[in-house]
Design a binder for this molecule. Structure first.
Ligand code: UDX
Length: 438
C-alpha cells in the first residue's frame, strides 16, 4: 500500500519506519529540509533504540522515502497520516491544532483521487470531523472519495519499535467501509502473526480513547506516588504495597513504580488537554484536575526531599545521575529534572550531572550545570548523589568506588533502583521513595 506520513517527529518517524517494515511503500514528509536531508543519509534526529537500523533497512529495501515535497508524496497515496505535533497552547493548555489543520489544508490541495486521511497525532474529540470539513470545503470534486479516520498511537519512547510492532491493541475510528478496509490492510501483518485485536469505533470514541488511556496511566502513577508519601509517613514499604495491589488482576502491576512524578511528551500535555476538553464540554473531571495538580507539586517536593537529606545544600555539590524524563531516550520534555535541578541551584547547590544520552538537550535547558563524562566523574568530590532517571548504567554502580569518590556516602534514589539493605551494607545514608531511609 502507498502510505504518506506527514511529520517526522517521534510518532511519525517510528510509525513510518515500522509501516515500511510491514512492506508498505512509505514516504515521510517534513518541512524541515535539514532533518529530511539527514534522514535521507540515514542520520536519525532522536535517540530511540532500533530506529536507525529500521530506517537504513527501509531505505535499502526501497520501501521508505523522505521528502519535503508534500504535494508529490500525497499524490496517489492510499493512506495519508497526519503525525504533526499538538503542543499545549501557550497560556491555556488546550491542544494547539494549528499544525494539524495546516496539514489538512495542504493535503486537500495535493489530493489526486480516493484516499483515507488518518490522524495519528493525539487530537481532541471532533478534530477528525473538522479535518473532514476542510477537505470537503477545498475539494468538492472529491466528494465521497476521501474518508477521514482516527488511529491514535500508544507507543512509549525508549521502546517505541517494540510497542509499535507488538501493540496490546489497535484503535481505529472510522465511519466508512473503505476506511475500515484500509486500516485493516495497513496493520495486516499484526493480525496474521500475533492476532493483535483491532478495536473499530466511531472517530470520536477513538480520539477520546487516547486521552483516556494516558490520563488513566497518569492517574495510576499519581496514585502510587501518593501512597508512597503515606508509606514514608507510616513506615510501610511502597514496593510491598505496589506488589500487593498489583497482583489483583483488576488493578494490574504495571505503572505502579513510585517516582518523582510523570514527565515526557504525552502525559503532562494530554492530561492538561483532557482537563480543558472536559470543562469545555460541561463535564469537568475533578479526578484528572487533581492528578495534574498533584504531579506538578510533586516535582517541586522532590527538590525539598534532596535538600533535606543533604541537611541543606548551600555551598555543597550535588551529583545528579540522569536528567531525561525516562531512560533510553534523549527527550527532556517535562522531565522532573527541569524542576528539581533549578530548585537545588536556587537553594545554593552546585549541580554536577551526567546522563548517557540527554546532556546535549539538557545543556540548553539547565544553565549553570557542570556536565560530567560519566557517573563517577559526576560523583567525584560531590557531597552526595541523587538518581533522577533509572538508566541501566546507574543500576549497577560500583558502590565502593562511589563511596570513595563522594565526600559523604549519601544517596537519594528517586527511582528505587537500589535495595535499602544493600545500601546499608555498603555504608551509605540512603533515601528513596516510599521506603524507610537508612
Ligand atoms: C506514554 C504512554 O505510555 C504511551 O502509551 C503514549 O503513547 C505516550 O505517553 P512515554 O511518555 O514515552 O509514553 O513513557 P512512559 O513509559 O509511559 O512514562 C511516562 C512517565 O511516567 C515517565 O516520566 C515515567 O518515569 C513515569 N512513570 C511511568 C512512573 O513514574 N511510574 C511508572 O510506573 C511508569
Amino acid at each position: 500500500m502507498r502510505v504518506t506520513m506527514i511529520g517526522t517527529g517521534y510518532v511519525g518517524l517510528v510509525s513510518g519506519a515500522c509501516f515500511s517494515e510491514f512492506g508498505h511503500d512509505v514516504t515521510c514528509v517534513d518541512k524541515d529540509a535539514r532533518k529530511i536531508a539527514d534522514l535521507q543519509n540515514g542520520k536519525i534526529p532522536i535517540f530511540e533504540p532500533g530506529l536507525d537500523k529500521l530506517v537504513v533497512d527501509g531505505a535499502k529495501s526501497g520501501h521508505l522515502h523522505f521528502t519535503t515535497d508534500l504535494r508529490a508524496a500525497v499524490a496517489g497515496a492510499e493512506a495519508i497520516f497526519i503525525a504533526v505535533g499538538t503542543p499545549s497552547r501557550r497560556g491555556d493548555g488546550f491542544a494547539d491544532l494549528s499544525y494539524v489543520y495546516a496539514a489538512a489544508e495542504e493535503i486537500a490541495d495535493a489530493l489526486t483521487g480516493p484516499a483515507v486521511v488518518v490522524t495519528k497525532s493525539t487530537v481532541p474529540v471532533g478534530t477528525c470531523a473538522e479535518v473532514e470539513r476542510i477537505l470537503k470545503r477545498k475539494r468538492p470534486d472529491l466528494a465521497g472519495q476521501v474518508a477521514v479516520a482516527s488511529n491514535p498511537e500508544f507507543l512509549r519512547e525508549g521502546s517505541a519499535i517494540e510497542d509499535f510492532m507488538r501493540p496490546d491493541r489497535i484503535v481505529a475510528g472510522v465511519d466508512t467501509d473503505h476506511a475500515r478496509q484500509v486500516m485493516r490492510a495497513l496493520y495486516r501483518p499484526l493480525f496474521l502473526n500475533d492476532k493483535t485485536p483491532i478495536v473499530f469505533t466511531s472517530r470520536e470514541a477513538s480520539e477520546l480513547t487516547k486521552y483516556a488511556a494516558n490520563a488513566f496511566l497518569a492517574m495510576k502513577i499519581t496514585f502510587i506516588n501518593e501512597m508512597a508519601n503515606l508509606c514514608e509517613a507510616t513506615g510501610a514499604d511502597i514496593q510491598d504495597v505496589a506488589k500487593g495491589i498489583g497482583l489483583d488482576g483488576r488493578i494490574g502491576g504495571k505503572f505502579l513504580n513510585a517516582g518523582p512524578g510523570y514527565g515526557g511528551s504525552c502525559f503532562p500535555k494530554d492530561t492538561l488537554a483532557l482537563v480543558h476538553q472536559a470543562r469545555q464540554n460541561g463535564a469537568p473531571s475533578r479526578l484528572i484536575e487533581a492528578v495534574v495538580d498533584a504531579n506538578t507539586a510533586r516535582k517541586k517536593q522532590m527538590a525539598d526531599k534532596i535538600v533535606k537529606a543533604f541537611g541543606g545544600v548551600t555551598g555543597k555539590t550535588v551529583a545528579v545521575l540522569g536528567v531525561t524524563f525516562k531512560p533510553n531516550t534523549d527527550d527532556m520534555r517535562d522531565a522532573p529534572s527541569l524542576d528539581i535541578v533549578p530548585a537545588l541551584q536556587a537553594a545554593g547547590a552546585t549541580v554536577r550531572a551526567f546522563d548517557p544520552e540527554g546532556m546535549h538537550e539538557a545543556a540548553k535547558l539547565l544553565p549553570g550545570v557542570q556536565w560530567a563524562g560519566n557517573a563517577y566523574e559526576a560523583m567525584d568530590g560531590a557531597d552526595g548523589v541523587a538518581i533522577l532517571t533509572e538508566w541501566n548504567d546507574f543500576r549497577a554502580l560500583n558502590l565502593t568506588r562511589a563511596k570513595s569518590l563522594l565526600k559523604r556516602p549519601l544517596m537519594i534514589d528517586l527511582r528505587n533502583i537500589y535495595l535499602p539493605s544493600e545500601m546499608a551494607d555498603a555504608g551509605f545514608a540512603y533515601h528513596s521513595i516510599g521506603r524507610k531511609p537508612v
